[in-house]
Each structure stands twice: as C-alpha cells, then as structure tokens.
Design a protein around this ligand. Structure first.
Ligand code: SAM
Ligand code: SF4
Length: 315
C-alpha cells in the first residue's frame, strides 16, 4: 500500500529477538542487555499473523533480523511460515554468520532467498575486540557454509568505523574479486551505544571511493550504490544513511521483537501490535503505514530520535 506521501511500502523487516551471541561495541553494551521477559516477546504464531496481515496490505519482501536471528528459539518455524505466506515474494535474513554452519542448509531448503552476513574486519584480533566475544574463523566458516548450501548473491555488511576498520577497505573489497559477493560499506549511524563516540569514528562512504579510485560504477540497488573492482566477480556497495538520506524512496517498515511496528528507523513512534488479531491488527498496521513520517533528521541533528539500540530494531 501507499503511505500518505505516495511511497509504496512493500518491505517489512522483522526483528525476531533482541538477544545476540556477539556484543559488537557500536551496537550492544558490554554486559549485554536487559532481556525482555518471554511474555513480552512475540510468539512464533504472532509473528506469523503480523507477516500475513502485512502481506494483505501489500508487503512483498520480508527480512528476518535481530539481535541475532539464529539464536531465536523457533527460528526455523518463523522462516517456514514467512516463506509460505501468500504474497511474500522474497525472504532474506541478516545474520552475523556465526551459526550458519548449523543452519545454512535448512534456511535454504525452507525458502530463504538471500543472506546478509555482517563482517566489519578481516583481522582476527580486531574482530575479537570489535565483537567482544566473537571469532573471525567462525564467521568465515559461516560464509563457506552459506556458499556450500547454495546461497548466491550473499551480501557482506561492513559498517565503516573511522580509525578502526577504514584501513581495511581494500582488503574487504577484495573479497569480491573471485566470489559472487557484494561487500556493502555502511555509514555508522549515531544511535544507541555509539552516540557518544568521537566524531572521527563517523566517516562518509566517500572514503571508500578515495581508497579505491579504480571502482567502476555499476548500478543502484535499492539503498545501495554498486561499484565493481575491474574484472571482479562481485560488487562493492555503498550505503550512505548519513551523507545522503534515502527517506523519499523509503519502502520499509520494521517490527521489533516485542511487537511494535516502527514506521521509521530513527523515529521514536512505535505502534504496539502485540495482542491484536484479525481485522484490528490489519487496520492498525494500515494506519501505521499510512502515517509513516516523511523523513528523519539524523543528518542534521546527528542524533537518532529512537531510544532503542540497533540490536532491538534489527538494522
Ligand atoms: N545480528 C545480526 C547482524 O549483525 O547481522 C542482525 C542484526 S544487526 C543490528 C544488523 C546490522 O545493523 C548489522 O550489519 C550491524 O552492523 C548494523 N548496525 C548496528 N548498529 C549500527 C549503527 N549504529 N549504524 C549502522 N549500522 C549498524
Ligand atoms: Fe549482535 Fe548484530 Fe548487534 Fe553485532 S551488530 S551485537 S551481531 S545484533
């Protein structure tokens, strides 16, 4: 359906848990988070009802995210249900990749079309310190498991962190040389844990073009500007929420794991859906979509209005 500004809203991102098996410094506090009680979290059936209602309102694409979606109990049921929902044409997942050796085959069989795997560094020590508890070797095994399960067009999400991983732009982009991967550099957004980080941490994606002047423009893919290293199999993408906001063409809404619909990532407006069923659920979602705000003001204020950390929204 269209919102009040005429934008077609057809993309729902579903955070199935706010829990995570990593503690990325810019996303989650060191000691973890105050966990929601189980009764506050949407059940597998409630997630199914909301996706079905969304599909009736014109949602065609669903992304399962988190926290870390693969630590959610019942994740395979959630995926199966979403894949079988009439009207849902594309089902994707964003994951840190750690549990893919266990899950990749099943996700593929159940109908996940594509994976986004988050990877900010190829340096094992830096990975361990950035994620506080993670091992680079595990993600690389996850990436291999995705390839072996038959996933193609996998996207690597790399958040650009000034003074931390900007020295690795070349080596991360090189992952695309002989593999059908898209490495997408994403500008760090000042929300949650990284709000007070020094200004130098927030660098624009133009840094990628300066580091790799040989990049050749290819196309635009949704919010990502795609480039290619000469002769490379895959692509390098730039996602620039800070330096060029894409609100005028935004087609997405988000569902938090505690059942609140977020029409805009950076707004604090949330519409509670938990407990609603049938027509009441559909009508509430229709109203929320229609009233999606025109834009956020993150670029000017350098401050997200949302009170949530990214792990509680899903990115
Ligand atoms: N745990 C999964 C993962 O890491 O892929 C899914 C959830 S995570 C919140 C989704 C994405 O949001 C990740 O790629 C992460 O790097 C990104 N992210 C988290 N905080 C961010 C921030 N402040 N600015 C930009 N991207 C951020
Ligand atoms: Fe977990 Fe993903 Fe946040 Fe890292 S970015 S702490 S993997 S939710």
């Amino acid at each position: 359906m269209k919102d009040q500004y005429g934008r077609t809203i057809d993309y729902l991102r579903v955070s199935v848990t706010d829990r995570c098996n990593l503690r990325c410094t810019y996303c989650m506090p060191e000691n973890g988070i105050e966990l929601y009680e189980h009764s506050r979290i949407l059940s597998v059936e409630e997630i199914d009802s909301i996706i079905r209602a969304g599909a009736r309102l014109g949602i065609k694409k669903v992304r399962i995210t988190g926290g870390e979606p693969l630590v959610r109990k019942g994740i395979l049921d959630i995926v199966r249900n979403a894949a079988q929902t009439p009207g849902i044409e594309s089902l994707c997942m964003t994951t840190n990749g750690i549990l893919l050796p266990e899950y990749a085959d099943r996700l593929r069989e159940l109908g996940v079309e594509r994976l986004n795997i988050s990877l900010d560094t190829l340096d094992p020590e830096r990975y361990a310190s950035l994620t506080r508890v993670g091992s680079l070797d595990d993600v690389m095994k996850g990436l291999r498991a995705a390839e072996e399960a038959g996933f193609t067009g996998t996207k690597i999400n790399t958040v650009l962190l000034g003074g931390i991983n900007d020295s690795e732009i070349g080596s991360l982009a090189s992952l695309t040389k002989d593999r059908d991967l898209s490495v997408r550099f994403i500008e760090l957004m000042p929300m949650g844990e990284c709000v007070g980080w020094p200004e130098e941490s927030f660098i624009e994606n133009s840094a990628v073009l300066r580091a790799l002047p040989e990049l050749e423009p290819v196309s635009i893919d949704g919010v990502s500007r795609l480039y290619r290293l000469p002769g490379a199999a895959g692509t390098v993408g730039l996602i620039s929420p800070m330096s060029s906001h894409f609100c005028p063409s935004c087609n997405r809404i988000r569902l938090t794991s505690d059942g609140r619909l977020k029409p805009c990532l950076h707004s604090d407006t949330e519409i509670p859906l938990k407990g609603l069923e049938g027509q009441a659920l559909e009508d509430t979602m229709r109203r929320a979509i229609f009233e999606k705000p025109a834009r956020h003001h993150l670029n000017e204020t350098h401050q997200s209005e949302t009170h949530r950390n990214m792990n509680a929204i899903g990115g």
